[in-house]
Design a protein. Structure first.
Length: 94
């Protein structure tokens, strides 16, 4: 479990950048949750591999933070484009 948590935690960091692409927004969130769960189980059940589980937990938390930042930035960019489109439509109507 500790190795699986570490692998999933490491994979959650690059997949976090897929959160800005609409249909796959859920994928990095699932990876982060799976990494945290697997790492926590690995810490409890495999004390000799506690370092690997801790690395997986840290990577999963970093992946979570990056995912949240990417989602917020994507929403801010989308709102900016919607505002700009509204201004263009308003200017075209006058």
């Amino acid at each position: 479990m500790a190795i699986a948590g570490m692998v999933v935690g490491i994979c959650s960091i690059p997949f976090a950048f897929w959160a800005c692409y609409g249909p796959t927004t859920w994928m990095p969130i699932l990876l982060v949750i799976a990494g945290i769960v697997l790492s926590a189980i690995g810490m409890m059940k495999e004390p000799e591999r506690k370092g690997l589980a801790l690395a997986g937990l840290v990577c999963s938390i970093v992946g979570l933070i990056v995912t949240i930042i990417v989602i917020i930035a994507s929403c801010a960019c989308a709102a900016r484009y919607v505002d700009a489109a509204g201004l263009l439509l308003q200017a075209a109507g006058n």
